[in-house]
Design a protein around this ligand. Structure first.
Ligand code: SF4
Ligand code: SF4
Length: 874
């Protein structure tokens, strides 16, 4: 049977390798599709795009018009042609990002009544739609818009007729993508519908100003928020970082008499008012830095200013040449000098200076890798202070951000989930109470809780809410941390967000075992299958790999993790595809029956092997488990061991994770916190040394005292030493309470606190030792040059002349070197809480975990610091 087990495991691993090779060949239609380079700027958009497919029946399309742009769809191209509706490109209107952080480029057709008549996704970067969920799911989602009107309130989720909300069916597992898509559809449709009169502008009460004749200088105007800045840095539009902004604009209201007179002077203000109708509003814009024109080089008389726009609520206001007046000067004392200026007039009565509004600068962002341009909007908000408005500021209900809507709409299940996570943590924190209530024959005080949490994690979290954490999230977060951290991206999936908070906290407190052993849906599913098989009589077929093989094969999962991490540095898309080594998507998100057979077979193979071997996937393949195992090296609270564990094999035999070695030491990277060994620890009938002592006492008629914290009977007489209870063999063996031999580095004893801290810091940042320096000179020199190279890479990066890939490469190289040099000189790590001095000898994996984790934190901190200071251009 052992042979059978081995074959199963090897088959499973081979299958994964085959699948990994197979995965990259599967290419979805619109994933990172190539779009014409001139798409963002071409006048004849429909010459480049399949407009007829989103507007059935249309034969002729106009050039781009309006701001934001759209094209008109006609029934023919003759002089008598009839207007049928409009076609718009979503990225002309909004750059709302989806889950990938990039927009889903969508072509939309809309008839004259504002009904959607066609939707086509031209390009997306959503990895979940690459292999996890078929792209047809997004097509089906978009088809739900057909026939619905842009005037309707359309939301993802159930319909609410009493609130006139029309619901759309979400795509399970891609909620964030479809919420973003809904926002794109509605914003795009509304922007064109408002321009073309399909949607009437909102009616807002005109502003009633409180004027007292006060004049403000520029500093006061800035301080009170009466003039606002709109700053765009070159790196925000894909240009090399430089000292000069791409454009710096200042703008402000000219309607309030005190502001208008402060800025334009008496004559200037009166002159302006005399040219405006009572309902018309005006504001000024000046450019104080940058060479980019906000009026736009393409502006011609009679045309539209296509680089500035005012937005108020859902309405946007654009400007033609007749809406432009010259600004002859700013009279406010201390006004900055400027090199471009304008006064723009908003003629629509829908605008009210009493309500908040935004100045939007519409630009193009150039992708430096591909040279592609994409639409980008930079906005700055303006709202007149309440003290200048009669009756104060009007009440404005801002629509919630999409992620806020997700949290609100699922408030109850999210709260229950948060409670569940707290409950698991509390139950585990009281593990010793539970294990003392249990025995090797009755584990229900522990298992009752554990099995309940498994059931909840499999059915409610996994199949119900599809909140299975995944290595792709680790990779995404890692990249986001380095390149573009957006909280809203992570908050838009509340279950995963909370799950990760739980994982991060509990990994540092207890190690990965609490998540992996108690809460991971797929891990629970595997072990539940194993337990059920055992209960139904298959126990005699169940086995473990020989420890020798287990100790070799367990490294595979780390190799898979590092491989994915390395690939993700070069191509997130490829790393996402290779992450199919995780069977999670197939099991929970998409369903075995909805995927092609290799994926279904992969899941079936893992779950099939799980009947015979406990958690094969967790032990040997799972990259997520590996990524959590490495920081588990430094968990604060471990499991208890007693000296006799070094010679007694009872716990090791019963450890399903095979995490206990021949010396009775627990490998906390592999331990899944089943707590079986903790039950034995205090079990006077199951733990051999305790049973022996119990029998001795019973025979001698001595008192049976409780088991102390050290795992031995509390001595009958206080003077009796526990060592009397330890067998001679155990007493002379290794200490199983530490994962490796304890060591005492030079700086641990007898130092003052300040000196201890300094030495501690030095220990973390200076990997060399005197002995190592003498004995490993060649390596030292090589490493030193590598360190210099890494430093140079950082400096060059700060100067904007090295790509992030090179920096990461250097950083990785340095980490490899640091592992090697520490192993040759300072071969120790800390065990348990960092402020204590429990040092122990480091294994290679201990050192890799320590250096990898430390350098990741230092690297991320440096990245963030350099980025915050504007010194890093990624
Ligand atoms: S090793 Fe992977 S599948 Fe197993 S419990 Fe941990 S995360 Fe889940
Ligand atoms: S028996 Fe093994 S897996 Fe279970 S808690 Fe002990 S060391 Fe961890």
């Amino acid at each position: 049977m052992t042979l059978l087990g081995q074959r199963f495991a090897i088959l499973g691993i081979a299958f994964f390798l085959v699948l990994s090779l197979f995965a990259p060949r599967v290419q979805a239609g619109a994933y990172e599709a190539e779009l014409p380079a001139e798409l963002a700027t071409a006048k004849d958009m429909c010459a480049l795009l399949p407009c007829t497919e989103v507007f059935p029946g249309a034969k002729y399309f106009s050039e781009r018009k309006g701001q934001p742009p759209y094209v008109e769809a006609y029934d023919n191209d003759t002089a008598e042609k009839k207007l049928l509706g409009y076609v718009m490109l979503s990225t002309d209107i909004t750059d709302t990002p989806a889950y990938s952080g990039k927009p889903v480029v969508t072509l939309i057709g809309m008839d004259l009544q504002g009904r959607f008549v066609g939707v086509q996704v031209l390009k997306h970067s959503e990895p979940i739609l690459l292999l996890g969920i078929p792209e047809s799911a997004l097509v089906n989602f978009n088809n739900q818009y057909l026939g619905k009107s842009v005037k309707d309130t359309i939301e993802v989720g159930p319909s609410r007729p009493e609130e006139n909300v029309i619901g759309l069916d979400a795509i399970s597992g891609a909620t964030v993508t479809v919420i973003a898509q809904n926002q794109v559809m509605m914003m795009s449709g509304a922007a064109v519908a408002r321009q073309t009169g399909i949607i009437e502008p909102t009616v807002r009460d005109p502003a009633r100003f409180l004027a007292n004749g006060q004049r403000y200088d520029w500093a006061q105007l800035v301080q009170m928020g009466l003039v606002q800045q709109l700053l765009v840095k070159p790196e925000q539009v894909g240009l090399p970082r430089g000292p000069e902004p791409f454009i710096e604009l200042w703008f402000g209201d000219l309607n309030h008499p005190d502001l208008g007179r402060s800025l334009l002077g008496e004559r200037g203000y009166d002159n302006l008012r005399s040219r405006l109708q009572p309902q018309e509003s005006a504001f000024f814009v000046i450019r104080t830095a940058g060479v980019e024109s906000f009026k736009g080089s393409g502006f011609v008389r009679g045309g539209i200013y296509d680089r500035v726009q005012v937005k108020q609520g859902a309405d946007s206001f654009t400007f033609r040449d007749l809406d432009y007046y010259n600004l002859y000067g700013l009279e406010a004392a201390g006004s900055p000098s400027y090199n471009e200026s304008a006064i723009f007039v908003i003629r629509s009565a829908a605008f009210s200076a009493a309500y908040p509004w935004k100045l939007a600068f519409l630009g193009n962002r150039v992708d430096r890798a591909t040279g592609h341009r994409s639409f980008a909007v930079f906005e700055s908000k303006y709202w007149m202070p309440a003290s200048l408005l009669d009756g104060g500021r009007p009440k404005v209900v801002e629509p919630d951000a999409p992620w806020v809507r997700v949290w609100k709409s699922q408030a109850l299940p999210i709260s229950l989930f948060a409670l569940l996570l707290v409950a698991v943590t509390v139950v585990y924190a009281y593990r010793e109470k539970l294990t003392r209530l249990s025995t090797h024959k009755n584990k229900w005080p522990v298992n009752g809780f554990k099995y309940a949490f498994w059931a909840i994690s499999i059915f409610w979290i996994g199949f119900g809410y599809m909140a299975q954490p995944s290595i792709t999230q680790v990779l995404t977060w890692f990249h986001a941390l380095l390149f573009q951290w957006t909280w809203s991206l992570f908050l838009s999936d509340p279950f995963i967000f909370l799950f990760w908070i739980f994982i991060i906290v509990t990994v540092f407190l207890f190690g990965r075992g609490l998540f992996c052993g108690w809460m991971c849906p797929f891990g629970s599913l595997q072990e539940a299958i194993y337990k059920i098989a055992k209960a139904v009589g298959l126990k005699r077929f169940q086995t473990q790999l020989p420890q020798k093989w287990h100790d070799r094969l367990k490294w595979i999962k780390y190799a898979v993790f590092f491989f994915l991490l390395a690939v993700s540095m070069f191509s997130m898309g490829l790393a996402e595809k290779l992450s199919e080594v995780e069977p999670f998507k197939t099991t929970f998100l998409v369903g075995v029956l909805n995927r092609s057979w290799p994926y279904g077979l992969f899941v079936a193979a893992i779950l099939g092997v799980s009947i015979f071997i406990e958690r094969p996937y967790c032990k040997y393949i799972c990259p997520l488990g590996a990524s959590l195992a490495m920081p588990s090296t430094f968990r604060w609270f471990g499991l208890k061991r007693k000296q006799d564990c070094n010679s007694c094999k009872a716990c090791a035999v019963g450890c399903g994770a095979q995490a206990i070695d021949a010396d009775g030491r627990i490998d906390h990277r592999e331990c899944l916190h089943c707590l079986d060994c903790m039950i034995l620890y205090t079990d006077t009938k199951g733990c051999p040394p305790l049973a022996k002592e119990r029998k001795r006492r019973e025979k001698d008629g001595l008192e049976i005292t409780p088991i102390g914290a050290n795992g031995y009977f509390i001595p009958i007489h206080p003077v009796t030493s526990h060592t009397e209870q330890i067998s001679a063999k155990a007493a002379n063996g290794p200490d199983p309470r530490m994962p490796t031999e304890p060591v005492a580095p030079f700086h641990t004893a007898g130092e003052s606190r300040l000196k201890w801290i300094l030495l501690e810091v030095r220990d973390h940042v200076w990997p060399w030792s005197t002995e190592g320096w003498h004995s490993q000179r060649a390596l030292q020199v090589a490493g030193f040059s590598l360190a210099v190279a890494a430093t140079v890479a950082w400096v060059m990066a700060a100067m904007g002349s090295l790509s992030s890939g090179a920096i990461i490469g250097w950083w990785f190289g340095w980490s490899v070197y640091e592992v090697l040099i520490r192993l040759s000189g300072r071969r120790y790590v800390k065990d348990g809480v960092w402020w204590r001095g429990n040092y122990r000898a480091a294994s290679v994996m201990d050192m890799m975990s320590y250096v990898g984790f430390k350098n990741l934190l230092i690297g991320a901190a440096l990245f963030l610091a350099l980025k915050t200071l504007g010194l890093l251009n990624l």
